[in-house]
Design a protein around this ligand. Structure first.
Ligand SMILES: NC(=O)c1ccc[n+]([C@@H]2O[C@H](COP(=O)([O-])OP(=O)(O)OC[C@H]3O[C@@H](n4cnc5c(N)ncnc54)[C@H](OP(=O)(O)O)[C@@H]3O)[C@@H](O)[C@H]2O)c1
Length: 357
């Protein structure tokens, strides 16, 4: 089954997060005939229309197999900001049209592609056969499970920890907060828009939760024992020197939120969050794995993409995660249990430099 078939189980809509990956990707697309430098790639990349570029087969531990396609939006990693919002929105809508054309039963908006629609991804669920999900519920479930795992590894009791969430008012950030706010000693909230942030802090305080908010991360960093970085843009003013020595950091942004050199800081205390590992394995046709989708541990992938795979395994052709602020703890538990049923679990802890586990 592939892009020529009349029906596929799922479609994954995504974008690349670095020019290094994109040059490998272009080489793959041109079957090795074109090797572009990063600056040459930057000149042409965002003019390529969204399209399906390879097929994927994912195997469950139950013995089931589902098949789908990866649709690349060709959104430039340098153009994720507000300035390019209109252009990116068209690209996501064109990519969604590709998913409909392929008759995908369920399609997911990986990483930045759901942010572009600013919570209006319900508009994609217009009654057509293909149902769209953001994939954010499984992403949040993997983030919180992996942070708990990291705490156990370092002997940290959650009740003694102060948790900083960068991107606290976002879809995934607020779900992580909901999960941890009654488990940790205090929550520290960071985002750029003061009014929304203050409203969130006040809401938590009314519920008896110790909460402090600031748009200036430097005010919060010295207090943080745990960090979840889940913002929709790079955190330029994250100052590693302000952090406690035994801090644990989960960077779940795509592209990564934190850009300091890991070699100098926290290489064994910072992990890539929101990732799941597929025990049954997956394969790509044509084989592109080594060109761009590789990690220091086997068979891992983004939770947002894996959510569509789980829905396909379960024949749940529905918009499971939509809009902003609709993720509940019940939904996180439900999708996490279904993922586990199919052998998809939170990934072993790793970062771009090394695997921890
Ligand atoms: N690992 C995975 O599998 C996976 C899956 C899905 C998404 N993601 C990534 O997760 C991130 C968040 O996604 P989302 O859907 O939750 O986005 P979202 O709903 O748009 O939320 C983004 C949050 O980040 C805040 N923010 C943005 N820039 C900031 C900055 N420089 N400093 C502090 N706060 C900032 C926003 O608030 P303000 O606007 O007020 O700043 C908001 O609270 C994105 O990077 C996305 O690509 C990862």
């Amino acid at each position: 089954m592939g892009s020529q078939s009349s029906h596929i189980d799922f479609a994954l809509i995504g974008h690349q997060d670095s020019w290094k990956k994109i040059t490998g990707f272009i080489e793959f697309l041109t079957k090795g005939k074109r090797k572009l430098t990063e600056s040459q790639a930057a000149e042409v990349y965002s003019f390529i229309p969204p399209r399906a570029v390879f097929d994927i087969e994912v195997r469950s531990i139950t013995g089931q197999t589902v098949r789908g396609s990866y649709i690349e939006t060709f959104i430039s990693p340098d153009e994720l900001g507000l300035r390019y919002w209109k252009r990116n929105m068209f690209k996501v809508q064109e990519a969604a049209a590709c998913a409909r054309q392929l008759n995908a039963a369920v399609a997911t908006l990986g990483g930045f592609t759901s942010i572009v629609l600013e919570g209006r991804d319900d508009s994609l669920n217009d009654g057509s056969y293909t149902k769209f999900t953001t994939g954010n519920t499984l992403t949040a479930a993997f983030i919180v499970r992996n942070l708990e795992k990291a705490c156990r590894r370092f002997g940290k009791e959650l009740g003694d920890q102060q948790l900083l969430v960068i991107g606290a008012t976002g879809d995934i950030g607020s779900a992580c907060l909901e999960y941890f706010s009654r488990k940790v000693k205090k929550v520290l909230l960071c985002a750029r828009q003061q009014v929304i942030l203050d409203a969130l802090a006040a809401k938590l305080q009314r519920q008896g939760i110790a909460a402090q908010a600031s748009t200036d991360i430097r005010q919060l960093l010295p207090q943080a024992d745990l960090v979840i970085a889940i913002a929709s843009s790079t955190i330029e003013n994250f100052v590693p020197e302000l952090c406690k020595k035994d801090i644990i950091i989960c960077d779940a942004g795509y592209p990564k939120n934190l850009v300091f050199d890991l070699k100098g800081y926290f290489s064994d205390r910072l992990f890539s969050g929101g990732m799941g590992q597929v025990q049954g394995g997956y394969s790509f046709t044509p084989e592109i794995h080594h060109s761009f989708y590789h990690f220091p541990v086997e068979c891992v992938g983004h939770g947002c993409l894996q959510e569509a795979v789980i829905l396909a395994f379960e024949n749940m052709h529905e918009p499971f995660s939509t809009g902003k602020g609709n993720i509940t703890l019940e939904k996180m538990d439900r999708i996490y249990a279904l993922a586990n049923k199919h052998g998809i679990r939170e990934s072993p802890l790793f970062n771009p430099l090394m695997a921890w586990d």
